[in-house]
Each structure stands twice: as structure tokens, then as C-alpha cells.
Design a protein. Structure first.
Length: 326
């Protein structure tokens, strides 16, 4: 579906993406992960044809990215989605459906279905009066008005509460089940793990790890999850806000906590990726010089060097610019 070869993008000589190669198959959910400034948005915008590569090729099916015909098969959700504040959700979506020449009845059915699924209420409310989560849902519905084969979502759950985030992530999975290819970027490894088939981790414009999330974790370190249950579960500690915290090391254990909590008449209120673990994975990968990465050397050294440098364990200490900060 997508073939990226030797992709390089510079802004006035500044290398935002430096030689990316990856492929995404049809129906796959593909995550682009990395710290602020890693080059995720640049990569996604290049796939969407909104940015021209400085070097390299980006092919989407039979088209080059940027080909006008390709756009008809694409749904792009930018990180910040400015909406026309005076329009209602319905009129806004109808406006975009008209731009894509979608017949009225078909457009209404499609957008109402999407908004039902995302549980968006008040569809005739002004967009300017909607909450951030509601606006994000409208933006997601907009990305689907043309029934695209490929969806490119930049931080789809950015700034959303846990419940809305879950809707959005579950919905992303549903889209792939309906045969759509989804490429999305995120900071949160838990979000990525819950929906992505494969992932690339970027840092300073470079892909520094790739594979399924379990493959990456196995190779580069362990992530832990803090699961907040509404009832006591085995090994949990009560938190100040009346929840019960259990820290576990993998998704099977997260699922076991959820089942235990539900069996006890409660549920899971929130799940958080343990940040130091995430940073350990990142430091393990990104702290090594590129040459050492090639042959697997330098892994323990780089984390140790970061700590010896005076930083907290897992904290980056070398952010001389805006690149490479989680
Ligand atoms: N139009 C631009 N002009 C100059 N530099 C840019 C431009 N767009 C991005 N950059 C720089 O390129 C680098 C990569 O930016 P990009 O937005 O792709 O990163 P990102 O991984 O999406 O970051 P974030 O997580 O903060 O959104 C950053 O250092 C950024 O400052």
C-alpha cells in the first residue's frame, strides 16, 4: 500500500527526516512514534502529499504521494484541526462531502454513522461551542466523508480524556477491520500498543527501531503499565483519589487486572504507561550513536552515560535544541 524509500526532508538545511525507509501493507495499522521534534508530523505530511520530499520516493498504491487522484483515496487528520467555528457539525461535514462530490444521502448516512459510533451528541451545535473532544470527533468524521482507503492521523488522541481516547482508538481498530489502512503518530506507547500492528520509532529524524511493539520492547527494554481499578485487585494499593493501583509489565497482565476488577463488580478507570520505562526504551535506542545502533553495541553504555551525566534515571540531558524531548 505504502512504500517509502530514502525519504529525506530538510527545512532550510535543517534535517527533519533523514533517510526513512518503510512499507505499510493494506489493512494494517502502522504507528509512527517518537519524542517531540522527531519528525513524525513531517513524515505523515509527506505521506499525505502535503509536503514534498527533499529526496526519496513515497508511493501510495499506484500513485506518488501528492498526486491529486491519490488525495481522493486519503483521509488526513492533522494534529491541530482548525474547524469553521460558526458551522454546526452537520453543516461542516456536509460542506466537506460536497467538496468530494459525495451524493447527499450517502454523505448523511456515512457521517451520521461515524458520529453515532463516536457518540457525538449536539450535532447541530456551533463547532465554536464544542469541547476539544467533540471537535476531534468531528475532525475524525471529516477524514471519513470521502470513504478513503488510507487514513493518516497525526496524534489522533492528543489532549483527549481517557474515555474519549478509548473511543478514538477503538474506532481506529474498527476502521482497519473494515479494510482501511491507518498510519498514525503518537507519543503514548500504550495507545500505540493497543491498536498498532507495527511501529517505527523515530528520533531526530531517523528511524531508530521498527517492528511490532512486543518485538521492540523485547529488543530494547520493558514498559510497565499503571492500571487504576475502581475496586481492590490483588497486589493493588489504594490511591488518594479512591482508586486502586496495580503496576504490571505486559498487556496480558493489564487484561487480567481488568477481568479481575470486572469480576469484583468494578472496572478499570485508567491505564498509564510508566514514563521512566518508556524513556528507558527510548534512551536505550536513541542514546546510542547511529554506528553503534547498526551492530547493537552501546546499549547499556548510553543509558549509563545519561545517568552519570547528572540526569535522573531515564531523563534526557542533552536537549540542546527542541529535538529529542519526550
Ligand atoms: N516548517 C518548518 N520549518 C522549519 N522547521 C520545521 C518545520 N516543520 C518542522 N520543523 C522542524 O523539524 C523537526 C521535526 O518536526 P516534526 O513536526 O516533524 O516533529 P514531530 O515528531 O511531529 O514533533 P511533535 O511531537 O512535537 O509534533 C523539528 O525540529 C521541527 O522544529
Amino acid at each position: 500500500m505504502i512504500r517509502v524509500a530514502g525519504l529525506r526532508k530538510t527545512y532550510g538545511g535543517f534535517p527533519a527526516v533523514v533517510g526513512s525507509d518503510f512499507e505499510v501493507s493494506e489493512g494494517e495499522i502502522f504507528g509512527v512514534v517518537g519524542p517531540n521534534g522527531a519528525g513524525k508530523t513531517t513524515t505523515l505530511k509527506t505521506l499525505a502529499g502535503l509536503i514534498e520530499p527533499t529526496e526519496g520516493t513515497v508511493e501510495i498504491g499506484a500513485y506518488d504521494a501528492g498526486d491529486a487522484e491519490m488525495r481522493r483515496h486519503l483521509g488526513f487528520l492533522p494534529e491541530e484541526s482548525p474547524l469553521y467555528e460558526d458551522m454546526t457539525a452537520r453543516s461542516y461535514l456536509r460542506f466537506f462531502a460536497d467538496l468530494y462530490d459525495v451524493p447527499r444521502e450517502e454523505a448523511t448516512r456515512r457521517t451520521e454513522d461515524t458520529l453515532d459510533r463516536l457518540e457525538l451528541e449536539h450535532r447541530d451545535r456551533r463547532l465554536g461551542d464544542m469541547s476539544k473532544g467533540m471537535k476531534r470527533k468531528v475532525a475524525i468524521a471529516r477524514s471519513l466523508v470521502n470513504d478513503p482507503d488510507l487514513l493518516i492521523y497525526d496524534e489522533p488522541a492528543s489532549g483527549l480524556d481517557p474515555l474519549t481516547t478509548n473511543y478514538v482508538l477503538e474506532f481506529t481498530r474498527e476502521l482497519a477491520e473494515r479494510g482501511k489502512t491507518v498510519v498514525f503518530s503518537a507519543h503514548n506507547l500504550y495507545h500505540v500498543e493497543s491498536v498498532c500492528d507495527r511501529v517505527v520509532i523515530m528520533n531526530r529524524g531517523e528511524i531508530v527501531a521498527r517492528g511490532t511493539v512486543p518485538e521492540i520492547r523485547e529488543e530494547h527494554g520493558e514498559t510497565t503499565y499503571r492500571v487504576f481499578a475502581t475496586v481492590p485487585v490483588e497486589g493493588s494499593e489504594a490511591t488518594d483519589d479512591g482508586r486502586y493501583l496495580r503496576t504490571v509489565g505486559d498487556m496480558a497482565a493489564v487484561e487480567a487486572v481488568r477481568v479481575e476488577a470486572e469480576f469484583a463488580g468494578g472496572g478499570v478507570a485508567d491505564i498509564r504507561t510508566d514514563e521512566p520505562s518508556l524513556e528507558d526504551v527510548f534512551l536505550d535506542i536513541a542514546g546510542r550513536p547511529p554506528a553503534a545502533r547498526e551492530d547493537g553495541r552501546g546499549r547499556a553504555d548510553s543509558a549509563a552515560a545519561a545517568r552519570a551525566d547528572g540526569g535522573r534515571e531515564g531523563e534526557r540531558t542533552d536537549s540542546g535544541d527542541d529535538r529529542g524531548t519526550w
